[in-house]
Every structure is written in structure tokens, then in C-alpha cells.
Design a protein around this ligand. Structure first.
Ligand code: XMP
Ligand code: MG
Length: 179
């Protein structure tokens, strides 16, 4: 893999496509085992999760459903801080076994908002599956139940992740170049 330039920034190869695939194989096997008798509802968080959702689901031989949401954040009053809304969630959530699919969990702020919005709808269970986790950045209490790859605190693109819109289509994972 060669270096790539996206807008003003240079990125270097970090995890190749085959190793990403292997990590998703392992994660998929765990999910399949845990949900074989549950018909889970997977909820992919757009845009970044499209790649992970597709790669994970094609490996699952269990019965399941998939839907996608967008997270819209806006600033409410000073006391309520940032408010997030899930756009596009039309499925009935009550009583379902839900698995949220994220491209990356960094500080965890996004996942906290998503979990709050989902829990209001009273699912039977909610788990989180992430293609990437930055353990050094993640300081929340919510467990990230399934993680394909843990990475250090570096900015990455590829496999669904972007720098200002570009790079989602790159195979494998690229990191911001050191130079
Ligand atoms: P938090 O901090 O809320 O971040 O867990 C989650 C969202 O931030 C974006 N993000 C990244 N996007 N490369 C990216 O392309 C990264 O290294 C990165 N770290 C965080 C991403 O949108 C994610 O959903
Ligand atoms: Mg994202």
C-alpha cells in the first residue's frame, strides 16, 4: 500500500486489508455465537459504519435485521449541553436485541448519546460493536462489547473512516503520517 494525500494531509498504510478482514472474522464469530437464537437488530451509524456493517453481516449465518441511523447533534440550552437525535430509526426497538455498529469509538461521546436515545425505546438488550477502538481516548463506563481492532490515539482513515469526506473507500486502515 502506498501513502495517500487527502485534502491537506498525508496518510500512511497502517493495517492492511487482509488484517482488517481477519479481525472482522474473529468479531463475527463471537457475535454469531452470542446471538444465534436472538434475531438481533443491527443499527449502523452512518456514514462511517457502512463498510463494517456490510463486512460483518455477510459473515453472519444467523437470522438478523439491519437498519441505519444518522446522529444529529445540536446545542440545546446551556444547562442541557449538546443534544443528540437519532435520525431514521423507524424500527420498533422495544423488546429487541439491538447491536449498534460504529466505525470507531474514540472519546465515546457519540456512543453515550446513541445509547441514551436507544435505551428510551426499551430494547431487551443493547450491545456495541466497533470496527476500531482507541482505548487511550475512551473514558466512559459503557462497555464496548465487540471490537475488531484496538488502535493508539492516532487519526485514521479508510474502511469507512474519512478525513473531511475523503478516504472512506480506501481498503485497509491508513494513519496520519508522522513527518
Ligand atoms: P467519539 O469521540 O464521539 O468519536 O467516540 C466518534 C466519532 O468521531 C470520529 N472519529 C474519527 N474519524 N478517524 C476518523 O475518520 C479517526 O481517527 C476518528 N476518531 C474519531 C468518527 O466519526 C466517530 O464516529
Ligand atoms: Mg462515525
Amino acid at each position: 500500500m502506498a501513502n495517500v494525500t487527502l485534502h491537506d494531509k498525508h496518510f500512511e498504510p497502517y493495517v492492511d486489508e487482509a488484517d482488517v478482514a481477519k479481525a472482522i472474522d474473529t468479531l463475527a464469530a463471537k457475535v454469531a455465537k452470542d446471538y444465534s437464537d436472538k434475531t438481533p437488530l443491527f443499527i449502523g451509524v452512518l456514514n462511517g459504519s457502512y463498510f463494517f456493517a456490510s463486512e460483518l453481516l455477510k459473515r453472519l449465518v444467523i437470522q438478523c435485521e439491519i437498519s441505519f441511523v444518522k446522529v444529529a447533534s445540536y446545542h440545546g440550552t446551556v444547562s442541557s449541553g449538546t443534544v443528540s437525535q437519532l435520525i431514521g430509526l423507524n424500527e420498533r426497538i422495544a423488546g429487541r436485541h439491538v447491536v449498534v455498529l460504529e466505525d470507531i469509538v474514540d472519546t465515546g461521546n457519540t456512543i453515550v448519546h446513541i445509547m441514551a436515545a436507544l435505551n428510551e425505546k426499551q430494547p431487551a438488550t443493547v450491545a456495541i460493536a466497533a470496527l476500531l477502538l482507541k482505548p487511550e481516548a475512551y473514558k466512559k463506563d459503557i462497555p464496548i462489547n465487540y471490537v475488531a481492532l484496538e488502535i493508539p490515539n492516532v487519526f485514521v482513515v479508510g474502511s469507512g473512516l474519512d478525513h473531511d469526506g475523503l478516504g472512506r473507500n480506501l481498503p485497509g486502515i491508513f494513519r496520519l503520517a508522522q513527518s
